[in-house]
Design a protein around this ligand. Structure first.
Ligand code: FAD
Length: 409
C-alpha cells in the first residue's frame, strides 16, 4: 500500500478540523485534512455563540465568515407558555465578542474548510479514514479514496476531528457512555413566513413544552426567510408519535400553542431528520500521537448551542499544545489539553443538568432578576464558560442550586 507522509493529519473538515488546520497553517505547519463527505453537506448545529468568533478570528477566517452574509445573532430568547425572557449577549459579564451568526452549516463548514485550504492546508473530500495503527514510531492511518483505492498516511501527529464519526474512539475502543439519559432530536428547515416584529430573528428562540419540562424546541432563523426548527426530548417521548418525522415534529410543535402560533403561516417544505443518542464521551481525549477534538471527544447536549464553540476551543488548545511541543517544551496532554478543555465543558454540563431538572428554567423565567446575575448568565449563554472570574463558571453547580432554590421559594 502506498504511504504518504505529512506533519499533522486532521481527520474531518467540520468546524474543529478546519479551525485546527487554519491555526496550524498560521504556525507554518504542513497539514493534510481528510474529509469523508463531499462539501457542501448538511450538518446540524446552526446557532453559534459569540465566544466562537474569537477562534474564527484567530484562525484567520473571520472575513470569510462575515462576508458570507449569515443571519446576525446577538442573543438567546426563552419562552414557556406566555412567559418570555431574552438575553442580549452584548450585556454580559465576560469581555469578548457579544455577537455572532446563525448559519446554514452546509455553507459555514464549506467556507471554513476552503479557508483552511486557501491558507495552505491540503484538503481532500471523499477520503475516508478507515483504520489506524499506533504501534510504530509515528501514527499511521488507512484511507479509502473516492475511487475505492486504499492508501496509508503517516503523520507526526493525528487530530481526530471526525465529530459523530468518532473515528479514533471507535477504532481504539475509547468510547464510554454519556451519563445523560438517551435523548433525540427531530428537525427540519421551514420557510417561516413570520411577519416582521413577531419574533426576534437576531436570537435563537428556545421554547419549553407546556407540560414537559425536559422537552424543548429550537427556532433558529436564517438570513433568507427560512428557519431551522427542532424538538429535543427523551427517546421514549419521541417514539410515542406516529407518521413521518415531519408529521411527528408538526404534532409536537402543535402541543406548544405559542410556538405554533408564531409558525402558523410556515411552509413545511423539507423532510425532517432525526438524531438519537448523540450524547457521547470517551475514556481519554488524547493518547500517544493523537488528540480528539470537538464531538470526536465529548458531546453533551444541544440546549445551549455550545457544540461548535467547544469544538473550536478544543482545536485552539490542541494546536497550542502541539506548538509548545515543537518548541521543545514538555507537554502533558492531560494537564495542557484535556483538563483546560473540560473546565468549560463542565460549566456547560452543570447548566445542561440544571436545565433538564427545571432548576435553571426557574431561574431564567423568574420575574425578579438581579441585573448582575443576568450579566453572568448571559456570559455563559454567550459561550464564555472558561472565564473563571465569573462566579457561575467558578462554582456553577453550587450557584445554580442555591439560586434555583431561592427562585422556587
Ligand atoms: P462535525 O461537525 O461532526 O464534523 C466532523 C466531520 O468529520 C464531518 O464532516 C464528517 O463527515 C467527517 N468524518 C467523519 N468520519 C470521518 C472519517 N472516517 N474520515 C474522514 N472524515 C470523517 N452546536 C452548536 O454550536 N450550535 C447549535 O445550535 C447546535 N445544535 C445542535 C443540535 C443537535 C440536535 C445536535 C445533535 C447537535 C447540535 N450542536 C450544536 C452540536 C454540533 O453539531 C457539533 O458540536 C459540531 O458540529 C461539532 O463539530 P466537529 O467539527 O467536532 O464535528
Amino acid at each position: 500500500m502506498k504511504t504518504e507522509k505529512t506533519d499533522v493529519l486532521v481527520i474531518g473538515a467540520g468546524p474543529a478540523g478546519s479551525v485546527a488546520a487554519g491555526l496550524l497553517r498560521k504556525h507554518g505547519r504542513e497539514v493534510l485534512m481528510l474529509e469523508k463527505e463531499q462539501f457542501p453537506r448538511f450538518s446540524i448545529g446552526e446557532s453559534l455563540l459569540p465566544q466562537s468568533m474569537e477562534y474564527i478570528e484567530a484562525a484567520g477566517m473571520l472575513r470569510d465568515v462575515v462576508e458570507a452574509g449569515f443571519q446576525f445573532k446577538n442573543g438567546a430568547a426563552f419562552a414557556r407558555g406566555s412567559t418570555y425572557t431574552q438575553f442580549d449577549f452584548r450585556e454580559k459579564f465576560s469581555p469578548g465578542w457579544g455577537t455572532t451568526y446563525q448559519v446554514e452549516r452546509a455553507t459555514f463548514d464549506h467556507i471554513l474548510s476552503k479557508a483552511a485550504e486557501r491558507m495552505g492546508a491540503t484538503l481532500r473530500f471523499r477520503h475516508e479514514v478507515t483504520a489506524v495503527d499506533l504501534d510504530g514510531d509515528k501514527p499511521r492511518v488507512t484511507v479509502r479514496s473516492p475511487e475505492g483505492e486504499t492508501y496509508g498516511v503517516e503523520a507526526n501527529f493525528l487530530l481526530d476531528a471526525s465529530g459523530f464519526g468518532r473515528v479514533l474512539p471507535r477504532l481504539l475502543s475509547l468510547e464510554t457512555p454519556s451519563n445523560f439519559p438517551v435523548r433525540g432530536a427531530i428537525f427540519t428547515h421551514i420557510e417561516d413566513r413570520v411577519a416582521p416584529g413577531v419574533f426576534d430573528r437576531n436570537k435563537i428562540l428556545v421554547s419549553v413544552h407546556p407540560e414537559h419540562v425536559d422537552v424543548w424546541y429550537w427556532t433558529i432563523p436564517f438570513a433568507n426567510g427560512r428557519t431551522s426548527l427542532g424538538v429535543v426530548a427523551r427517546r421514549e417521548f419521541l417514539e410515542k408519535y406516529q407518521g413521518t418525522d415531519l408529521e411527528r415534529l408538526r404534532a409536537i410543535v402543535n402541543e406548544a400553542p405559542a410556538l405554533a402560533s408564531v409558525l402558523k403561516d410556515a411552509v413545511w417544505d423539507t423532510p425532517a431528520r432525526k438524531l438519537t443518542g448523540y450524547a457521547a464521551n470517551v475514556k481519554s481525549l488524547w493518547g500517544r500521537g493523537f488528540a480528539l477534538l470537538g464531538n470526536a471527544g465529548e458531546f453533551l447536549d444541544p440546549v445551549f448551542s455550545s457544540g461548535v464553540t467547544i469544538a473550536f476551543k478544543s482545536a485552539s488548545l490542541a494546536v497550542a499544545a502541539l506548538e509548545r511541543s515543537r518548541a521543545g517544551e514538555a507537554v502533558d496532554w492531560e494537564r495542557d489539553y484535556a483538563q483546560p478543555l473540560k473546565e468549560g465543558v463542565n460549566t456547560f454540563r452543570s447548566f445542561v443538568e440544571s436545565w433538564y431538572t427545571g432548576e435553571f428554567q426557574r431561574i431564567l423565567f423568574h420575574p425578579n432578576q438581579s441585573p448582575e446575575v443576568r450579566r453572568m448568565i448571559s456570559a455563559i449563554l454567550a459561550g464564555y464558560a472558561w472565564d473563571k472570574a465569573n462566579p457561575f463558571v467558578a462554582e456553577s453547580h453550587r450557584r445554580l442550586k442555591v439560586l434555583g432554590e431561592l427562585c422556587a421559594a
